[in-house]
Structures are given as structure tokens and as C-alpha cells.
Write a protein that binds this ligand. Structure first.
Ligand SMILES: [Zn+2]
Length: 448
């Protein structure tokens, strides 16, 4: 399954390995013409549901480079580390949690009492692992021409901190009262030692994060609300409920900032893996930024005359791993008279192209009308045009990239000024007047 998606992604222009003509850059990916449309649609659907359709959330686009103290306050300089060991025999490198019984070893490492002398290398079987050393997952760079400790800057490993440091600016300029949220979509970077599984874990990725600021006594209830809401969002865009589940984090695996955490997991071909995290972060973030910046970020509530540091409920999703999940969930094969029909059953709101305009054949009599129809539709929805090869082949090509509707212009169209709409999923066809085409397409494209 993963192989089929990988091959489809490359062949049809969804995703390419970065810098492929140089042999690839390793765990970095480029989104091709169809991929950028799909991923933009995922982000647009998220923004629509999290910002546009709500009266309690506003948007933000913070800079990737931030003051280095931000990452001390956030705990990332100290805590955002992987424990790594090397095998002296085969030279392979592992994170401790990749070793047999990894979770127990991680706990022991956190407690400062890990002993790897009896652990065999999963690669070569020798018991020659080094003692663990700490490796910070943040990419380090320097601002200005001098590479010294005073010029250190980090590529942000999450977008959330931009929201926290702008909390007061947003709250006051947008005149928001608690509870309210700030949403952001943006790139983040993590120097993962063991990236992999295609788009699932890459060095550079895009997050869709929302921080919801609440009263301390409201956090637990909001956490439950956001769990339900975020699950609803994935289902509403076509991921079957059977492929989604919640997984609560046990006490020992909670991140340094979290009071409670749950993952929404998706059934990837390599197992159940996190698609999105929902976290009750308590007042950790704003309290730490108050301490480190010297700026009091507490909030005064008019109605109750209470003054408090807001607590945060966070929803943190990945645009790339989300796009991958939508692709996997949509992929379908069904037998037909020519063998196998491959269909991406993408929700219309996510499909890269909503409509393909296809003249029955490449013919000088049909082309002008087909182009006229194309021009009338493309101002309304994302549309493509294809006139090469047999019409059956072209339908299959559109099915394979998830185009929900094809519009066919045939020789009768020249006489009756009508065209045929063909639906991707049912393959049903219906004849409609060109004058009504836009309206008929709209009815069939909810949420586009
Ligand atoms: Zn080894």
C-alpha cells in the first residue's frame, strides 16, 4: 500500500524526493503540481474550520527565526533531546527507544539509571552499545557573519511558541476575551535521527497548530471538547472512523510541558501512528515566557475580577502527515473490464482538481467549444483540461488523481449546447445544458 502511494505520488506529480537529480537530500520532499494543490486544500480546510467558521479563534503567521531565549523558556534547549547510542561493532546509530524494550529503557534513561551493557544491537546482535549521549533535535544556525555563541539562532521546532510570545499583542489588538484561540500554519524543523516512512517523519514539515487560552478551571472541559472536534474534522473530510483512534499518553511519556495529552492516531501502513496531538499544557508556556522575558503575561478578567496566567489547550496537527493520511484513506482499486480501476476517493474539498474538461476526441470542431466550456468553469473551481488519448484512458487518469467530476464535450454538444457530467465514484453520467453547467457542478462539489 505504501509502495503504491509512493509510486502514484511520483508518477502523477504529487510528491518528489527533494534534490533527486543529486541523489536526494534524504527525508525531505517536494510537493509537485498536484501535491501542492492537495496540501493547500488540506491547510485551507483546516483554516476554514479553525478560523473562518469560528468566532473565538484568530489567525497568526509568526516568523520562523525567533529570539534564542524563546527556546530556553520553552524548555527545548534543555529537554528537546533524543538519547542516542552507537554500536561499536556495526557502527549503526539508534535512539534508545528503537532498542528492544525501548520504552522501559527510555524511562530508565530519564531516571538517570540506564544500563545498556546487556542489550544486543538490533542490527548485528553484538552487545557493544555506547553509553547514551544527548542530541538536541533543533537545527542550529547563526544570525550575522560571526558564528559564535552570541549569534546562535534556531529553526523553530514547532509553531506554538510564536503564538505564545504574541499572546498579548493578539489579545489586545483583536480585543479578545478568554476563552479564545490563536491558529497558525507554518514550517517547522527537526533534526530527526531516524526520519522515514515517506511524508510521515521528515526534517522539514508544516504544522497546523491552534492554542486555546482558557481559565485554569476550564482547561479540562475544553481539552475534551477539542478532542471531539478534531476527530470530527478528519472524519468529515473522508477518513473512515475505523482508521482513526485516540491514544492517551501515560504519565511517563508526557512531554515536559504537558498535563494531559492524547493523540489522534491513523492506521498507517506501518502501524497506528500519531496524526495530531491534543495537549493540556497548563500555564507552563505563558508562565515561563513571563519569567524569561520579564513581561507579565497574566490576564485580568473583567467579569470575575480574577487575574491569572491563562492555561492552554493545544491542537497540533501535521499538514504533511495529514496529507499522507488523506491520500492513503482515499486510495482504492476496483476490478473493471479493463482490469483494475485505481480511484483516489478524495473529498471534493481536498481533490487537487475539482473538474476536468475533456473533449470526446482531439478534433478541430470540438476544441473551440471545449475550450469555451473550460473557460466558463475555471473561474469558479480548480479545473484541468485534457484532450490527448482515448476518452476512457483520460477518465482513468482523472480517477487516479481524485478529480471528482469530468465534463465531456462531444459532437452532439455542437448542436444541443449540452455536455455530460461524469462522477468519479459512481461513474454515473448525466447530460446538462452548458448554460446551467456551473450550477450543476457546484451542487456536486460540497465544501469547494
Ligand atoms: Zn551493531
Amino acid at each position: 500500500m505504501a509502495d503504491k502511494i509512493l509510486s502514484l505520488a511520483k508518477r502523477r506529480g504529487f510528491v518528489f524526493p527533494s534534490s533527486e537529480i543529486y541523489g536526494g537530500a534524504g527525508s525531505t520532499w517536494d510537493f509537485g503540481p498536484l501535491g501542492v494543490e492537495l496540501k493547500n486544500n488540506v491547510k485551507r480546510a483546516w483554516w476554514r474550520s479553525m478560523v473562518q467558521l469560528r468566532d473565538d479563534i484568530v489567525g497568526l503567521d509568526a516568523a520562523i527565526l525567533m529570539h534564542p531565549r524563546v527556546w530556553e523558556a520553552s524548555g527545548h534547549v534543555e529537554n528537546f533531546i533524543d538519547p542516542l547510542v552507537d554500536c561499536r561493532s556495526c557502527k549503526h546509530r539508534f535512539r534508545i527507544d528503537e532498542l528492544p524494550d525501548g520504552e522501559r529503557l527510555i524511562d530508565a534513561w530519564r531516571a538517570g539509571s540506564v544500563d545498556l551493557s546487556s542489550i544486543a544491537c538490533p542490527r548485528c546482535g553484538q552487545k557493544q552499545l555506547t553509553v547514551p549521549r544527548k542530541f538536541n533535535l533543533m537545527f542550529k544556525t547563526h544570525v550575522g557573519p560571526v558564528e559564535d555563541s552570541a549569534s546562535v539562532a534556531w529553526l523553530r521546532p514547532e509553531t506554538a511558541q510564536g503564538i505564545y510570545v504574541d499572546f498579548e499583542n493578539v489579545q489586545q489588538s483583536a480585543r479578545r476575551k478568554i476563552p479564545f484561540g490563536i491558529a497558525q500554519i507554518g514550517k517547522a524543523f527537526r533534526n530527526e535521527i531516524t526520519p522515514g516512512n515517506f511524508l510521515y517523519r521528515s526534517l522539514e514539515f508544516e504544522q497546523m497548530e491552534m492554542q486555546y487560552f482558557v481559565r485554569p478551571d476550564d482547561a479540562a472541559a475544553r481539552f475534551e471538547e477539542w478532542k471531539a472536534e478534531r476527530m470530527r474534522w478528519y472524519v468529515s473530510l473522508g477518513i473512515p472512523e475505523a482508521k482513526l483512534r485516540f491514544r492517551e499518553h501515560a504519565g511517563g511519556e508526557l512531554a515536559h510541558y504537558a498535563k494531559a495529552a492524547v493523540d489522534i492516531e491513523f492506521a498507517y501502513p506501518f502501524g497506528w501512528k500519531e496524526l495530531e496531538g491534543i495537549h493540556n499544557r497548563s500555564d507552563w508556556d505563558l508562565r515561563r515566557h513571563s519569567e524569561y522575558s520579564g513581561k507579565d503575561l497574566s490576564y485580568f478578567e473583567e467579569a470575575t475580577k480574577d487575574k491569572f496566567i491563562p492555561h492552554v489547550v493545544e491542537t497540533s496537527g501535521g499538514a504533511d502527515r495529514g496529507t499522507y493520511a488523506f491520500l492513503l484513506a482515499a486510495y482504492d482499486e476496483e476490478p473493471d473490464k479493463e482490469g483494475i480501476r485505481t480511484v483516489l476517493r478524495l473529498h471534493p474539498a481536498l481533490a487537487p482538481h475539482k473538474v476536468a474538461v475533456l473533449p470526446l476526441s482531439k478534433n478541430e470542431k470540438l476544441t473551440p467549444l471545449a475550450r469555451e466550456v473550460w473557460a466558463s468553469v475555471r473561474g469558479h473551481v480548480m479545473t484541468t483540461y485534457d484532450e490527448t488519448q482515448a476518452i476512457g484512458r483520460r477518465y482513468r487518469r482523472q480517477d487516479e488523481v481524485g478529480t471528482p467530476l469530468c465534463v465531456t464535450v462531444d459532437f452532439d454538444s455542437l448542436e444541443d449546447r449540452a455536455v455530460t457530467i461524469r462522477e468519479r465514484d459512481s461513474m454515473a453520467q448525466v447530460r446538462v445544458p452548458i448554460a446551467e453547467l456551473t450550477e450543476r457542478l457546484r451542487e456536486r462539489l460540497p465544501g469547494c
